[in-house]
Design a protein around this ligand. Structure first.
Ligand code: PEP
Ligand code: MG
Length: 785
């Protein structure tokens, strides 16, 4: 049972020797309340609701709440401290302490018992506060006569917004019900704070680290670029209007209905998830948690005390989050995170919403913050407004990241605790180039970012101007610029960017974002759509390049010691010919009546290419037998990615219709480095003598055999690298859409004849990299890189 598991893991309170032990929030939640206590609790809640609904400023309402608590709980003191910027807790309202201390007494987070409650985000009750190791005496408050104290954090969205305290003169034990009542009231006060009724929203968003809120989050960049906008939390906390319910039975009914809806939705997902897939495991665990009896009974008990179903769910969520902040064990934290996720799902069902984006205010410039989300969920949000993505998890191969790249938005992942550190509509900057995120950035950071975005916009304008101009060098050498694509949403860029065609269509991407293997009809429809959108521009389809870092959730691959050197791409295609043939069949059907270009990835030997080409011939013959119109022409190419092919070019080239260099993999295998290993990311440079020598060899051999040559690795899209490629003889470059403008601009300022001469002179150089020399050449010859 999760509740039990978590409770034993909550660290015991640090109580001074000889004193009654303190109590933690975890010890109270889920305890059954006696009937008379429930009645008291409900009466208090009803009065609270009247205060909240009544007239008056935020301060007046807070004063009334504090009075109400003192009267109803027969406390000699009730005080409310609110978090201000600079991690300061300010006494905002009190009954029993010196009124002149209001808005004067301030405690740092961690200072005194109140500061300690805020720092640890946990409820505390003690019979003698003065012996607490953190006790801090503030003479101006006149609190020296009060011995016992119970306090709870005011939490919202996992962040501490203040502290609510009651005190008594005599040493006394606090009942669990009393602390629970305080926790409920703290939730109401949290809404008052979050609404900006006590401290301006501006200041609220500047509350610092101790409110679990650093203003800069580091992470891992999964897509470059810079974006500024307002936060939308994928797992947002819905605004709850009613905290207090008149009819607990009706609330229990609502809870039952919402739970049934949630179970149904998870079951639906399960039904569409392949057996044995990772997804299924995750969902099954999720489903199990959703029925956790401890969790459910804690929510039900909270409803019985007079809370609405939503407020009860949030109360339990606050408690779970408080525990999460105390737990170092990553396994338990993960489980609690799942529970947190479930809570949000349940809240959505209570609000009658199915998807996270439904009914959420969408700012025009939106930065989406999520723990993790599926690619379809990302596309649920309005693409026209999406500026950046921040993930608590995520890796380069996450499906959502692939889609985000296609949308050309910066992505920073592995931002620990981002959801708890950002509030809805907070201003944010996502700096994908430097793997950092600024939350509520200061004016100077905003200025720097705005300047750099202005510069980028100027460059964009410059690039836009070259869009319609011919892709030809300054001295008249034409170079074809093509696009790399992999999703239908990439394709509109073909028209916008002015590229000549699609030089690489990565067919595995549509496979990766599906939950099961698409059949021939589905693939045919997809490829036909690609060709239809491309119009009369050519598209080069690469057959399935999975394995290694590209995993299909529904395709079991044994754990491999070296996945980059493992069973991948054409190796899978040749070992599972039925799968490859289905893809070829779909491609041939989709291209009926027009030319088809396809190429095979990761070919390591001539025999592999021959075998793959035979499958194409077999499918062409089959299409004729089955009565399908075939393409008017089929061109079959090869990707040069494995260095072994460099030694077989004279045998290979007569068999192929074209060559495309996959420089990402070619560099990986040439230098024997894992391209996904960040430790090696900058170790080898594609602008190095061995890599350029390999590329030069391919150019020479293709020229000899008259085979069209292109290059589609990342280097083709970087202006300096593209310059070098043109210098050694490449006349076709394929790149991601944002690279077209910069590369074309470079090309139009380049004198190819001069560069060729210079590059010949570099052929004997043995430096680690030729980057600096090439950069100097560009500078000296006014080449725009
Ligand atoms: C390459 O290896 O350069 C390439 C284009 O293929 P991918 O990056 O998809 O492996
Ligand atoms: Mg590759």
């Amino acid at each position: 049972m999760i509740a039990g598991m978590a409770e034993t893991d909550v660290a015991p309170e640090n109580t001074p020797a000889g004193q009654p032990p303190g109590q933690s929030a975890g010890q109270f939640a889920g305890e059954k309340l006696p009937l008379d206590a429930i009645a008291d609790h409900r009466r208090l809640l009803a009065r609270l609701r009247d205060v909240m609904a009544g007239l008056g400023t935020g301060q007046q309402r807070l004063d009334k709440i504090v009075c109400l608590i003192a009267t109803e709980m027969k406390a000699e003191v009730c005080s409310c401290y609110i978090m201000r910027s600079g991690d300061m807790l300010e006494l905002f309202s009190t009954v029993g302490l010196n009124p002149s201390a209001v808005h004067k007494t301030r405690l740092r987070v961690g200072e005194g018992v109140v500061g300690d409650i805020a720092a640890r985000a946990r409820a505390t009750a003690m019979a003698n506060a003065r012996t607490h190791p953190n006790f801090a005496y503030r003479p101006e408050t006149g609190e020296d006569e009060f011995q016992s104290l119970a306090g709870v954090p005011i939490l919202r969205g996992g962040r501490v917004r203040g502290v609510l305290v009651i005190q008594h003169k005599q040493p006394r034990q606090y009942a669990e019900t009393e602390v629970e009542t305080l926790q409920t009231i703290a939730m109401v006060v949290a809404e008052l704070v979050a609404g900006g009724a006590l401290v301006s929203r501006q200041e609220l968003s500047n509350v610092g680290d101790a409110a679990l809120l650093p203003s800069r989050l580091g992470g891992v960049s999964l897509n470059g670029g810079l974006a500024i906008g307002q936060a939308v939390l994928h797992r947002h906390q819905l605004t709850i209007r009613d905290m207090v319910a008149d009819d607990p039975d009706a609330e229990l009914d609502r809870l039952r209905t919402a739970l049934a809806g949630m179970y149904g939705a998870i079951d639906e997902l399960l039904a569409t998830t392949a057996d044995g897939s990772e997804h299924r495991d995750i969902l099954e665990t999720y489903r199990m948690f959703a029925e956790d009896r401890g969790w459910l009974s804690r929510i039900r008990e909270a409803v019985k005390t007079g809370l609405t179903a939503e407020a009860a769910v949030i109360q339990v969520q606050n408690d779970t989050r408080a525990r999460m902040n105390q737990i170092a064990d990553s396994y338990i934290r993960e489980r609690l995170l799942d529970l947190d996720d479930l809570t949000n799902r349940l809240l959505r069902h209570l609000a009658g919403k199915k998807s996270a984006s439904e009914g959420v205010a969408m700012p025009d410039d939106m930065i989406l913050v999520a723990r993790t989300l599926g690619p379809a969920e990302l596309l649920d949000y309005d693409r026209a407004k999406l500026r950046g993505l921040v993930l608590e998890e995520g890796s380069a191969t996450s499906h959502v990241v692939i889609v985000a790249r296609a949308l050309n938005i910066p992505v920073v992942a592995q931002c620990t605790d981002a959801l708890n550190r950002v509030d809805p509509l907070d201003q944010m900057i996502v700096d994908g180039d430097n793997a950092q995120v600024f939350v509520r950035p200061s004016e100077d950071i905003k200025y720097v970012v705005a300047e750099s975005m202005r510069m980028m916009a100027m460059r964009e304008k410059l690039f836009a101007r070259v869009r319609g101009l011919p892709s030809v060098s300054h001295d008249g050498v034409p170079v074809s610029i093509q696009l790399n694509a992999g999703l239908l949403i990439d394709l509109p860029h073909l028209e916008d960017s002015g590229a000549d065609g699609i030089g690489l269509y990565r067919t595995e991407i549509p496979f990766m974002i599906r939950s099961s293997y698409p059949d021939v009809a589905t693939q045919t429809m997809l490829y036909a759509k690609v060709l239809e959108i491309a119009g009369d521009k050519a598209v080069v389809f690469r057959t399935l390049d999975v394995g290694g870092d590209k995993k299909l959730s529904y395709f079991a691959v044994h754990e491999e010691a070296n996945p980059a050197l493992g069973w991948r791409a054409i190796r899978i295609g040749l070992d599972r010919p039925a799968m490859l043939r289905k893809q070829l069949r779909a491609l041939l059907r989709a291209a009926a009546g027009r030319p088809l270009s396809l190429m095979f990835p990761m070919v390591a030997e001539v025999a592999e290419f021959r075998a793959a080409r035979e499958l194409v011939d077999m499918e062409i013959a089959r299409a004729a037998v089955d009565g399908y119109d075939g393409p008017v022409k089929v061109r079959v190419g090869v990707m040069v990615e494995v260095p072994a092919l460099l030694l077989q070019l004279p045998l290979l080239l007569p068999m192929v219709d074209f060559v495309s260099v996959g420089s990402n993999d070619l560099a990986q295998y040439l230098f024997a480095y894992d391209r996904g290993n960040p430790q090696l990311a900058n170790r080898y440079d594609p602008l190095s003598p061995p890599m350029l020598a390999a590329l030069r060899l391919i150019v020479e051999q293709c020229e000899i055999f008259g085979v069209p040559l292109s290059i589609c690795g990342e280097m083709a899209g970087r202006p300096l690298e593209a310059m070098a490629l043109v210098g050694i003889g490449f006349r076709s470059l394929s790149m991601s859409p944002p690279s077209v403008g910069p590369v074309k601009t470079m090309l139009r300022s380049l004198d190819v004849a001069r560069l060729r001469e210079y590059m010949v002179s570099l052929a004997r150089c043995s430096d680690h990299s030729l980057r600096d020399r090439l950069r100097a050449f560009a500078r000296d010859h006014a080449i725009i890189i």
